[in-house]
Design a protein around this ligand. Structure first.
Ligand SMILES: Cc1cn([C@H]2C[C@H](O)[C@@H](COP(=O)(O)OP(=O)(O)OP(=O)(O)O)O2)c(=O)[nH]c1=O
Length: 193
């Protein structure tokens, strides 16, 4: 499938193991490259889905100077959006605990922005999913934070982990978008190239 992509060398510039796993499942040839350090700040006029799309473009721009003709670069960024505010990656154990307390018993949105870049053009899009968490007990929150790695995850949780098994009541939208890459939407965009 996606024979139209034979003209490109696809590069996933990401340090995220989840994004690598999801790209591998797509069945296209690609290579992974380390993303240089990117300033993930954004203008405070941006809200919701606009934020990760902006940061995904920033990630692409950080890599762009290294690109050669014929390469197709994929970058992405995921945020959790709760009550009109961004939850990014937590800072420290206490930060993770606070985030999970805030998510407990509530519904939030997860936005992933994806940017496709060549030396000639750039396009970006966002996917959104709504996640409803059951009420999490303090014991459950501590169990998760102390046994898993919430620090490298937006909103301090991995939907694909124990906390997702026991805590997520429902999802509207793509599960894989929550994990960090809206793979079905990405497939549709790649098909059009
Ligand atoms: C909400 C959620 C996020 N995540 C992950 C996906 C992303 O890897 C991470 C959000 O951080 P990002 O800044 O989007 O990405 P990253 O720093 O991990 O990787 P990159 O090198 O591509 O910039 O949180 C999960 O694995 N499961 C979840 O349920």
């Amino acid at each position: 499938m996606l024979d139209n992509l034979n003209k490109y060398q696809i590069i996933l510039a990401s340090n995220s193991p989840r994004r690598k796993e999801l790209m591998s499942g797509l069945g296209v040839d690609y290579v992974v490259r380390t993303l240089p350090d990117v300033d993930e700040s954004y203008p405070d006029t941006l809200v919701g889905a606009e934020i990760p799309e902006y940061i995904a473009r920033e990630k692409a721009d950080a890599y762009r100077t290294m690109m050669k003709p014929g390469e197709l670069l994929i970058t992405a960024d995921t945020i959790v959006w709760l009550d009109g505010k961004v939850l990014g990656k937590p800072e420290g154990r206490e930060g993770a605990i606070e985030m999970l307390r805030a998510l407990s018993g509530k519904s939030h949105q997860v936005f992933t922005g994806v940017c496709l870049t060549t030396t000639e053009w750039q396009k970006s899009f966002t996917a959104s999913s709504e996640v409803l968490f059951d009420v999490l007990s303090e014991d459950e929150i501590l169990y998760y934070v102390d046994r898993y790695q919430p620090m490298d995850k937006a909103g301090a949780y991995g939907v694909q982990e124990w906390i997702g098994y026991i805590g997520v009541k429902s999802i509207s939208g793509s599960f894989y978008n929550i994990m960090g890459l809206p793979i079905q939407k990405l497939y549709g965009e790649l098909k059009k190239l």
